[in-house]
Each structure stands twice: as structure tokens, then as C-alpha cells.
Design a protein around this ligand. Structure first.
Ligand SMILES: Nc1ncnc2c1ncn2[C@@H]1O[C@H](COP(=O)(O)OP(=O)(O)O)[C@@H](O)[C@H]1O
Ligand SMILES: O=C(CO)[C@@H](O)[C@H](O)COP(=O)(O)O
Length: 472
């Protein structure tokens, strides 16, 4: 049996799966935690990767490997290839002012948004690498002066796995490059003029590979795939096709679909990313998803399973109790400085069950807004597929149809980002135009009538929060 490995170096943890290259059957797996916080020394990802690989039984018998990773993180390297400062992650909002400046510099408002969307498929918000480069240039000029190259978390891990033999060995892929703000999915070219505008001078950047090209080799000669961003890897892992909309509930909440043509939304709601197969991946991302459930469970002093039971014991709409879950600020809508709110407290709604229900409904309503935006920008949703750690919650699975107004498919619990990376590794070995066909496990359908009241009351509460919160 030929084995391939896939890695998901995501916000909260590193996961490794080892699968049969031909059938996709899971053989072994491992995981390790990442540190908390929105800036992280990449060395911590490397340590977690080694721990997860060891737990997965090592890589000696693995014929190819690929890395999926959290998007957008800024990893700055000096001339010798050393990391200049801890990486700023996708959910670090300190560059919100820089994002606003960059949009203003290309015309501001609708016209600035249009210029960015036309140039790189997306309008930069604080998550995007380009805004972090501007922040670094302005706030840490001494660190900025040492930077020679910039890359993304998965690029850096792939580079290290391949021996880190020099900055010109850095490689990336279309999917992750499309989240930088200085690479265009439509043309397949870097926009180093925009990088230079943000940072004040140009930098070395990784070579962008095609979906199944070799990014390097492990010391035993096994090829490394180009890897990709975690959402593009999840799309590959669940085998998403045009007509599928994937809703991922991890640290971030994302709604995305595979498309044949690039998106360019001047409002910035839909990011026009590329996918890991040569196509495109329009995507809406919220900053607040699974951790809203973690926070609600912590507030109530219960486990996540108990939170789900409590949520399901309250009526749909929680008798008017609404949580607007902007616990880390928010990206969609673009309110990096926002805080969360609970509206509709009465004696009747002041119960653990109501609060649990409001947390699940609020988190799902923010994703339903994202789904609306995707549909408004031409996505079709023949199937909605729910993945990510938060999809393990029975309350999320059962309340999602009420909020989305349609059934959702929940694949067997698994690590779909790591699986997508493993499938890419198998593709690198097999070659050809398409990734190998792996049988996907059984998915369970959750159906139920939509309850429009849930979204109506959420929209009213969201409006109050937006009114009191300045945009970036
Ligand atoms: N049964 C569950 N119910 C609710 N949330 C869960 C459950 N299991 C895991 N999670 C949550 O999923 C999150 C991790 O999901 P994951 O997709 O791995 O995130 P990331 O990829 O961002 O690191 C954690 O916040 C965790 O609490
Ligand atoms: O910023 C985005 C997408 O644009 C996030 O989806 C990150 O890629 C982090 O993903 P998770 O760790 O939450 O899976």
C-alpha cells in the first residue's frame, strides 16, 4: 500500500492524517495543540507538526506529503531565512487601519473596493497579508528593515519540511496566494506593485505552483505537494463540486464554493479566492464561529455536549434572546473593533438554555448572512455541506436547517483540511489533470423547517450593534 500524508496547520491545532494513496482509506492520524493568541512564533507550528507526526506514527513509510494551513498569516524572513518576528495571524485585527488606508489609496469607498477587487479578486480587510505588511512598515520599522521575504504559514512549513535550502526555494499555491492581497486569481500573476505600495519596497515571495506540482522533497526523497490554504484544502477533502456550498465552523466561520470563474466583489463581502484544483473559491469569512460555542460553554460552566443539550431544550428563537457574536471584533461585516452583545434579556429568557440557544443561533445567523452574500454573487447551493470542529455539535447540526432554511449535509466527523492536503499529495504522486477519486464517507442529512423569525430578530439586533460600532 502506498501511503500519503496530509497536514492541517490551522489556528488552534495541527492535525496529520496518513491515508492510502489509492483509495483514501485512513491509516493513522495525530494532532497537537497550537498556542493561543493572534501572533504566534512559527517555531510553535513546527513543534506541533513534529508532535502530530510522531503521534501519527512518523513519516518513514509515507511516499508524499502536503500541508494545508490557516490563510493570510504574515511570516517575515530575513536574509538568512530566519523569522523576523512572530507571525500575525488572519484573526489579528491590528492592521484594520492599514486596510482602510490601502482602500482609500486606490480611490476609497466603492471605487477603491472595485479597484482592489479588479486587481486581486478581494478588498483587503485586516486579515489579509498585505495589510499586515503595511502595519509592520509603519509600526515596527526596525523589524521591517530586516525583512527580505514574506510567505504564508503553509509555505513556511513546506519549505522547512523540504530542508529550507534558501529563500528561492519558497513555494506556494494559487489558493493561499489568493489571500495575500498581492496575487491575482484572475491573471495568475503577483501584483508586486501593490506589495510595494503597502510595504514601501518589494520583497521576495514564494513561486506559485500549479495544483499538483512538486514543491520540494523530504530528506528521504518523498515529494512535497504545493499545499494550500485550509479552506481550499477542505473543499478538496470533502470533494466539493460546483453547486456545493461548504460551511466550515472552525475558529473562523467560512462559507465557500468551487467556481469556474473568478469572483470580484467590490463590497469586499465575498473574497475572490482561488481553489486547489485550478478553479476558484469565492468565500465569506467570519471571525467568530466555534469559539462562540466555547465562550458560551465557559460562561455557563458546562461542557460543549451539555451546551448542545441546553440549546436544544430552548425554543427556536430563544423567546427573543439574541446573541450578536462579535467576540473577536468582526470581519464580515467589517467591524474589527466591535464587541458582542446579548439582546432581549427578560426574566423568561434569563436561563442557561436560552443563552445556549442564542449563542448557537447567533453564530449560525452570521454564517447565513454569508450564504446570502454568496448566493447574491452567483453561487448555487444544490447542497450545503457542514464541516469543522463546530459541526460536531448536535445543536449546530439540528439548528442549522432552521437558520439556513434548507437541509444541511454533515459528513462523518473528520479532518477535512488534512484530508484535502493528503488527496493533493496523492495527486502529486499520480499526476494527471484531476485529483485521484477517493470515496467520501457517508454524510448525514439534517432537515427541518426554516424559522424566519430567528434571522429577523438577529438582523434587528445586528443593526443595533453596527450602529454603535465604527467601521474600520
Ligand atoms: N462537540 C463539539 N461541539 C462544539 N464545538 C466543538 C466540538 N468539538 C470541537 N469543537 C470546537 O471546534 C473548534 C476547533 O475546530 P477546528 O475546525 O479544528 O478549528 P481550527 O481549524 O480553526 O483550528 C474548537 O473551538 C472546539 O471547541
Ligand atoms: O481567514 C480565513 C479565510 O479567509 C480563515 O478561514 C483562516 O484560514 C483560518 O481558518 P481556521 O483555522 O478557522 O480553519
Amino acid at each position: 500500500m502506498t501511503l500519503v500524508a496530509g497536514v492541517d496547520s490551522s489556528t488552534q491545532s495541527c492535525k496529520v492524517v496518513i491515508r492510502d494513496a489509492e483509495t483514501g482509506t485512513l491509516v493513522r492520524a495525530g494532532r497537537a495543540a497550537h498556542p493561543d493568541g493572534t501572533e504566534v512564533d512559527p517555531a510553535a507550528w513546527w513543534r506541533a507538526l513534529q508532535e502530530a507526526i510522531a503521534e501519527a506514527g512518523g513519516l518513514d513509510d509515507v511516499a508524499a506529503l502536503a500541508v494545508g494551513g490557516q490563510q493570510h498569516g504574515m511570516v517575515c524572513l530575513d536574509e538568512a531565512g530566519a523569522v523576523v518576528r512572530p507571525a500575525l495571524l488572519w484573526n489579528d485585527t491590528r492592521s484594520a487601519g492599514a486596510a482602510a488606508e490601502l482602500v482609500d489609496e486606490l480611490g476609497g469607498g466603492e471605487s477603491g473596493g472595485r479597484a482592489w477587487a479588479d486587481a486581486v479578486g478581494s478588498v483587503p480587510v485586516a486579515s489579509f497579508t498585505i495589510t499586515k505588511l503595511r502595519w509592520l512598515a509603519r509600526h515596527e520599522p526596525e523589524n521591517a528593515a530586516r525583512v527580505v521575504a514574506v510567505c504564508l504559514p503553509h509555505d513556511w512549513l513546506t519549505w522547512r519540511l523540504g530542508g529550507a535550502s534558501g529563500l528561492d526555494a519558497l513555494r506556494t499555491d494559487r489558493g493561499d496566494a489568493s489571500g495575500t492581497g498581492y496575487w491575482s486569481p484572475a491573471t495568475g500573476e503577483y501584483r508586486l506593485d501593490l506589495l510595494e505600495r503597502a510595504f514601501g519596497r518589494t520583497l521576495a515571495v514564494p513561486t506559485v505552483l500549479g495544483p499538483a506540482e512538486v514543491a520540494g522533497r523530504r530528506p528521504n526523497g518523498a515529494p512535497l505537494g504545493p499545499g494550500t490554504g485550509d479552506n481550499a484544502a477542505a473543499a478538496l477533502g470533502v470533494g466539493a463540486l460546483p453547486g456545493d456550498v461548504v460551511v466550515s465552523i472552525g475558529t473562523s466561520g467560512t462559507v465557500f464554493s468551487v467556481a469556474d470563474s473568478p469572483a470580484a466583489d467590490p463590497s469586499g463581502t465575498v473574497a475572490g479566492f482561488a481553489d486547489a484544483t485550478g478553479r476558484f473559491l469565492p468565500l465569506v469569512c467570519t471571525l467568530n464561529a466555534a469559539r462562540v460555542l466555547d465562550a458560551a460553554a465557559a460562561m455557563l460552566g458546562v461542557s460543549l455536549d451539555e451546551l448542545a443539550k441546553l440549546a436544544l431544550s430552548a425554543p427556536a428563537g430563544a423567546d427573543g434572546l439574541v446573541m450578536v457574536p462579535y467576540l473577536e471584533g468582526e470581519r464580515t461585516p467589517n467591524r474589527p473593533l466591535a464587541t458582542g452583545a446579548v439582546h432581549g434579556l427578560t426574566l423568561r429568557t434569563s436561563t442557561p438554555a436560552h443563552l445556549a440557544r442564542a449563542a448557537v443561533e447567533g453564530m449560525l445567523c452570521a454564517l447565513a448572512d454569508g450564504l446570502d452574500a454568496m448566493l447574491a454573487h452567483g453561487a448555487t447551493a444544490n447542497r450545503i455541506i457542514l464541516v469543522g470542529g463546530g459541526a460536531r455539535s448536535e445543536a449546530v447540526r439540528r439548528i442549522a436547517p432552521e437558520v439556513f432554511g434548507c437541509p444541511v449535509l454533515v459528513p462523518e466527523p473528520g479532518e477535512y483540511v488534512a484530508d484535502g492536503a493528503a488527496r493533493q499529495a496523492a495527486w502529486v504522486l499520480a499526476g494527471g489533470e484531476q485529483p485521484p477519486t477517493w470515496s467520501t464517507g457517508r454524510a448525514q442529512e439534517y432537515a427541518g423547517d426554516g424559522v424566519p423569525r430567528i434571522r429577523e430578530q438577529y438582523a434587528a439586533a445586528r443593526g443595533l450593534v453596527l450602529d454603535r460600532t465604527a467601521a474600520a
